[in-house]
Design a protein. Sequence first.
Length: 217
Amino acid sequence: MIVKSRGIVLSYMKYGDTSIIARVFTEEAGYGSFIVNSIRSQKSKKSIGHFQPFSILDLVLYVKETRDLQRISEFRNHFPLHNLHYDPVKSAITLFLTEIFSKLLQAEQSPNPSLFAFAVDSIQSFDAMKEGTANFHLQFLLKVGPFLGFAIEEINDLFHSTDRLAPSTDIFQHMGELIEAPYGTTLEMNREMRNKILDEVINYYRHHAHISKPKSI
């Protein structure tokens, strides 16, 4: 079956002499692994740069339900990213988020339009962001929960039904601000505080989504 869809690239690995296998979250077919033939060939007219993390592409997919590995036959940029892959801070945050987002998407084998729309809007905001960059990964992970079925509508949700003790008042306050504030809002906190908040969020998803600890943390 031929499926036309937008897709968000999360990662890829080399396959054979000239191809790659890309992990992509698609609007129409959910999350999966897709082979892209001959993209690494010297004769290829397409650049492998299309498959950098968080690239947003228009895709033509060959999907067969009996196969675990599907195929991308055509692709082009849907929304060009101007800063994400060139700014070293944004690039580092992107690598971390694509790793943990991939882990969270393991159960999303079916389309999830609201989650896809949230992710696209978030990536576009991050690319354009001039302030608040250092907090983006925290906001993304806090805001994405409800779209995955892990409601984080208030800070207490992060600790409900877990054996972790509630954190300090300062962490509670900053987490609340991160959830409520739009992307790009300047929220003053130091590196130690960000690390503490990240630890709480990661442990929340490890408990509820049963993901492994990210290697890129």
